[in-house]
Design a protein around this ligand. Structure first.
Ligand code: UDX
Length: 448
């Protein structure tokens, strides 16, 4: 298959490289000439484990090319994917579809012969209809089938998620697209990944409903964690106890400082707006959005409380800035709200992250950035573990303790066990695991 990928950002680049790796001929298109030139030199603009290798291998095999020239790439393609950004629109939280609409118009002017046009960007219900209308209005002779094929990639595990998906969702209204899409995903299909064909609007909603459900699951366990703290229960044991019920499942039940990232915050908000537009309110999702926002801010107050109610003039060391490990993405990261709250309260903040420092520097002024965890802890009154990078899972606790002015360790990801941290001389706080309830956590649950 000849594939044109419009948009060479996170989703476009990962998908384009993986499709090339399946043996398809892929051209990744982007308006940003600087980005395309960098990609041609083999430089990857984002941090994603394994992506540099995948791009290099497929580019040198001649299956993956990069261009700013949309028209010839589209003219030669059997399938055109739209993988442009859909940020939250300023002011109202709706998804901003201007890039999707512009891509549809550009594609319309360039298609030759029957072409399947696929929206891979996360788009609200009905966007496929918009794309179809824009193409028909721009070029009435265009012969296209517009398909919705949402992505379910997690940052940091995107290649694995692409190559071993739980399912592939394809929403179509024109039956001619069915064989084409089956061919596009043939290697996965042969690997038994379920290929789920639905109507186009259904596929669009599956993406939002899936993300909203996961966001609710996280928010639910976060509220249960708060209750555990009040009642002396242990949230990791509760998560394990409910997660073993196959109807609930064990994943996405890790209590923490609230979800962040490029998807959950934006997609839950957009789904809420869609519900309001159709007079079909999604009250559980609305509450999830509000509870999660409050939680991120509350984490800052939790640090202040642990330091006795005042942080003025005191130094707080933050370990982990990105919204989760194995990414350099700072979007909607809980660390931002926490640092803001601490600085507002008069604290001095020193932070370290393995990959997120340059994005953080651009975003947050007035923070001291350290070269490693131990340098961040030097002379600090409190250490807050915000993102569970692997290198923070095996810290030399005694060395940290020796570096700090006050031995206070706040573990917002429940990475450590109270016993080991206290044995190193710290006072230890974690999420939803008060007192010695932690003594009951079996190894497997702690590692989950
Ligand atoms: C998510 C979806 O998982 C993916 O399917 C979709 O395509 C894009 O959005 P991503 O944002 O990359 O992927 O990260 P994910 O691993 O899902 O984590 C999202 C946030 O939830 C992070 O802030 C993470 O720390 C938090 N989280 C996740 C928890 O707090 N607890 C959990 O148990 C799981």
């Amino acid at each position: 298959m000849r594939i044109a990928m419009i948009g060479s950002g996170y989703v476009g680049l990962v998908s384009g490289a993986c499709f090339a790796d399946f043996g398809h001929e892929v051209v990744c298109v982007d308006l940003d000439a600087g980005k395309i030139a960098a990609l041609e030199r083999g430089e990857i603009p984002i941090f994603e484990p394994g992506l540099d290798r995948l791009v290099a291998d497929n580019a040198s095999a001649g299956r993956l090319r990069f261009t700013t020239d949309l028209a010839p790439a589209v003219a030669q393609a059997d399938v055109v994917f739209i993988a442009v950004g859909t940020p939250s629109r300023r002011g109202d939280g709706h998804a901003d579809l201007s890039y999707v609409h512009a891509a549809a118009a550009a594609i319309a002017g360039a298609v030759e012969g029957f072409t399947v046009v696929v929206t891979k960007s996360t788009v609200p219900v009905g966007t496929g209809d918009d794309v179809e209308r824009i193409i028909a209005e721009t070029n009435p002779r265009a012969d296209v089938a517009v398909v919705s094929n949402p992505e379910f990639l997690r940052e940091g595990a995107a290649i694995e998620d692409f190559k071993r998906p739980d399912r592939i969702v394809v929403g179509l209204e024109d039956e001619r697209a069915r064989d084409v899409m089956t061919e596009v995903y043939r290697p996965l299909y042969l690997n038994q990944a379920p290929l789920l064909f639905t109507g186009r609007r259904t596929a669009e909603l599956i993406k939002y409903a899936g993300n909203a459900f996961l966001a609710m699951k996280i928010t639910f366990i976060n509220e249960i964690a708060d209750l555990c703290e009040k009642t002396g229960a242990n949230v990791q044991d509760v998560a394990r106890g409910i997660g073993l019920d196959k109807r609930i499942g064990p994943k996405f039940l890790n209590a923490g400082p609230g979800y962040g990232g490029s998807c959950f915050p934006k997609d839950t908000l957009a789904l809420v707006k869609t519900g309001q537009d159709y007079d079909s309110p999604l009250r559980l999702v609305e509450t999830t959005v509000a509870v999660n926002d409050q939680r991120k801010r509350a984490m800052g107050r939790r640090v202040v409380a642990a330091l006795g109610g005042s942080v003025r003039g005191r130094t707080v060391a933050i370990l982990g800035l990105t919204f989760k490990p194995n990414t350099d993405d700072m979007r909607e990261a809980p660390s931002i709200a926490i640092i803001q709250a601490l600085r507002d309260a008069g604290a001095r903040v020193r932070a370290y992250d393995p990959e997120g420092m340059s994005a953080a520097r651009a975003l947050m002024e007035g923070v001291d950035y350290a070269d490693n965890a131990y340098a961040a802890a030097e002379g600090a009154d409190c250490l807050v573990l915000v993102t569970e990078w692997n290198q923070f899972r095996s810290l030399d606790l005694k060395r940290l303790r020796a570096a700090m002015a006050t031995p206070l360790f706040i573990d917002l990801r429940n990475v450590y066990r109270r016993r080991e941290v206290e044995a190193a001389g710290f006072t230890y706080h974690s999420i939803g695991r008060p007192g010695d309830g932690e003594a009951h956590i079996p190894e497997s649950a702690a590692a989950e």
